[in-house]
Design a protein around this ligand. Structure first.
Ligand code: ADP
Ligand code: MG
Length: 680
């Protein structure tokens, strides 16, 4: 129902509400307060503390006095008392308040206490005649837009709840509410906006968050099961030759790699399409799993494609992967934006004819003009850089090909079920043997000289170093190091006797590749860069990673960057230059110094940085949530996942009458996200 039905909402306010994405009465009732101001507790005057924000119930017992200490300043003072003491209400430049209060009035006031020469003052208090919306209650504070005040919003909300609070469909079936002891929707809506106590609010929030997470999880589970049952996939045969291929690798697979490959093999041999996510820390050896899977696909007569987020990474994959396939008569090609038109045309032609067995590339591989003869396996590396849509486009290059996505951003399983709700998950929880622990130090900027000397010494020993800065160009506003300015000053200063290179995202792909190539070949000693080197880059001789303004990066990202070193036989170092003095920053640095466990680090990152910053959920293609928070509501999420499984076990398509509104809710939550209607 339209928002204009509510008393107090005309076209003008209606437009303001639209700015807040409130179009319907339901939107409004589900518009959750940003925070609450607890003005419910009435204090006694003799107990108030300086600076405290409190509510008092007082009687006006004297006449107002006004003073004008300066031309533009007028101070109004009204004496008030309660049973325990007396004080003054003070207003600056609001003399009209004197007309609103008479001697003998009993009023509720809320404001901040100021003790001034033994006098207790409340400055610019909010007043209320009786226990109402403004004082004496927990008052909701809403996110607003220009031209809409919190008081107006309070009135609108009040009217909406009076008129429609009991008319919202009850999405949660009674048996679930009863079992989990959850409020009804009517109570929840009332209490999320106008709670009487904190625990009322908590209960209301829990119920609404549960409803939302249950809807989300049910939707995702249903999509997952439907994509599985609808599509007939490729049933790859068992390939005997794989065994000898594995035995000729330059290393033995770790047992985690073996286990995960077995899971992949089983998936591939089923006639439903594989949809598998491989999570493994940096350096855990995900690439070889892609190699084995592609080998299997190619030997079964199908083409494979692997998409990586940057040209550097795609090129590197191409180089190392082609090496594994040497002598096996497998045609492996690279497709990236910087190829010449002629080269591209050749590749597209050979791809279509089936001459190419394996294509490795960037986003270039999902361009419209890329056609395969018979794509059987689609792999996405560093999944967190791509969205659900891009993954889908890649799959659509074939006829229900098997898909594999790989990520080095470890996230808790509960969250993975949401963010990758449509995927099965494998975890590589073991690093190849013989890895030396990377020594990690967090230092202040005043240690930079010592850091430079250390880098020099290592480079003189034949090693190479990365130096990372958050920005490309100098910023005038922020005091942050940029790759460019560090490059200029280092190249002509401390590192003038070395070969220093610069790499950043604004450079042309060709240039980037050239620089990276030179670094790999050892022609560049010290590479100064933005985070474009973040993912996957492999230069075993590089053993130092220096990160400027480390406080500006996420922990998971720092962990990724650190993973660029420690890839060879040399003891490696990661030096975090922390330019912030905040406690949280120091704590974050300490976490990195003490742990190399990507799962642990990302969990702590979530805890300390909070939601949103960790990574936007938008790019993962999941619906926006109004109440629940995927990161902080982990417990409710777990509960919702458990319930979702139980419900679907009993009623897989939610056709039972008691699930009617739940089903409707899922459809409306997913309507913008999922192209195909999930219940069709
Ligand atoms: P990531 O999981 O970060 O993508 P890679 O696949 O790039 O890791 O592997 C990192 C390095 O470890 C590569 O040089 C790779 O050849 C090597 N590697 C992978 N598996 C093993 C193994 N089982 N034993 C020894 N080295 C391995
Ligand atoms: Mg990798």
């Amino acid at each position: 129902m339209k928002i204009q039905y509510i008393k107090g909402v005309g076209p003008k306010r209606g437009n303001k509400l639209k700015k807040l994405n409130i179009y319907t009465i339901k939107d409004l009732l589900y518009y959750i307060p940003r925070e609450y101001d607890d003005r419910s507790k009435i204090s006694n005057i003799n107990q108030v503390q300086e600076g405290e924000k409190i509510s008092l119930y007082v009687e006006v017992y004297g006449y107002p006095s006004k003073i004008k200490p300066r031309r533009n300043l007028s101070i109004l003072k009204i004496p008030v008392r309660d049973k325990t003491g007396h004080g003054y209400l003070i207003w600056y430049n609001q003399d009209y308040m004197a007309n609103q209060i008479k001697i003998g009035d009993k009023i509720l006031v809320n404001g901040k206490i100021n003790k001034f020469g033994g006098e207790i003052q409340i400055v610019n208090p909010i007043i209320d005649r009786e226990k109402g919306n403004k004082v004496g209650n927990i008052v909701p504070i809403y996110s607003l837009t220009a031209g809409l005040t919190n008081n107006e919003m309070l009135n609108i909300m009040n009217n909406a709840i009076k008129g429609y609070g009991d008319k919202m469909p009850e999405v949660l079936p009674y048996y679930i509410r009863k079992e989990l002891d959850l409020m009804s929707i009517e109570e929840a809506i009332l209490n999320i906006h106008f709670p009487k106590t904190k625990s009322d609010y908590m209960e209301a929030r829990k119920r609404l968050a549960f409803e939302e997470l249950l809807t989300l999880q049910l939707g995702l589970f249903i999509i997952k099961s439907r994509t599985k049952e609808m599509k007939e996939g490729i049933k790859f045969p068992h390939i005997e030759e794989l065994e000898s291929f594995v035995s000729k690798l330059p290393f033995n697979l770790t047992s985690a790699q073996k286990r995960v490959f077995k899971e992949i093999e089983e998936d591939m041999e089923k006639n439903v399409p594989m949809n598998r996510l491989i999570q493994g820390d940096v350096g855990s050896g995900k690439t070889i799993l892609a190699v084995l899977s592609m080998f299997k696909a190619v030997k079964s007569g199908y083409q494979s494609v692997m998409m990586a987020p940057t040209e550097i990474l795609a090129t590197q994959h191409y180089e190392s992967i082609s090496k594994f396939f040497k002598g096996y008569n497998i045609n492996c090609q690279l497709l990236v934006g910087s190829l010449s038109l002629k080269e591209k045309e050749r590749i597209l032609k050979e791809l279509k004819s089936g001459d190419i067995d394996i294509l490795i590339g960037t986003h270039a591989v999902i361009q419209e003009n890329v056609e395969f003869k018979n794509l059987g396996l689609a792999i996405t590396d560093e999944q967190h850089r791509f969205g659900v849509k891009q993954r889908a486009v890649l799959s659509q290059k074939g006829k229900n090909p098997d898909t594999l996505v790989m990520t080095a951003t470890p996230i808790p399983r509960t969250l993975a079920l949401i963010l990758y709700g449509d995927l099965d998950i494998s975890i590589i929880d073991e690093l190849p043997p013989g890895r030396k622990k990377i020594e990690t130090y967090a230092v202040n900027p005043n240690m930079v000289n010592r850091v430079n000397n250390f880098v020099k010494k290592q480079v003189l020993d034949g090693r190479q170093a990365y130096i990372v800065a958050p920005l490309v160009e100098e910023s005038e506003k922020l005091n942050i190091n940029s790759a460019e300015s560090l490059y200029m000053s280092f190249k002509n200063g401390v590192y003038k006797d070395f070969n220093v290179g610069l790499l950043h995202g604004k450079m042309k792909a060709r240039e980037k590749e050239k620089i990276m190539e030179e670094f790999k070949k050892g022609k560049i000693d010290i590479l100064i860069s933005t985070t474009v080197i973040e993912v996957g880059v492999n230069v075993p001789n590089a053993n130092i990673m220096v990160i400027f303004n480390a406080e500006r990066f996420g922990l998971a990202q720092l962990h990724q960057l650190r993973g660029r070193v420690g890839r060879g036989e040399y003891q490696s170092y990661c030096i975090l230059i922390n330019e912030s003095n905040s406690r949280i920053s120091r704590e974050r640095m300490r976490i990195l110094q003490n742990s190399t466990d990507g799962f642990y680090i990302s969990e702590r990152d979530l805890e300390l940085r909070g939601p949103g910053e960790f990574f936007g959920t938008k790019q993962h293609g999941i619906p926006d949530l109004k109440v629940a928070n995927l990161f902080t509501d982990m417990e409710i999420l777990k509960l919702a996942q458990k319930k979702a499984k139980e419900i679907l076990k009993e009623d897989a398509l939610l056709l039972d009458e008691k699930h009617f509104f739940l089903r409707q809710n899922i459809i409306s939550m997913f309507k913008d996200q999922i192209d195909e209607l999930i219940f069709n």
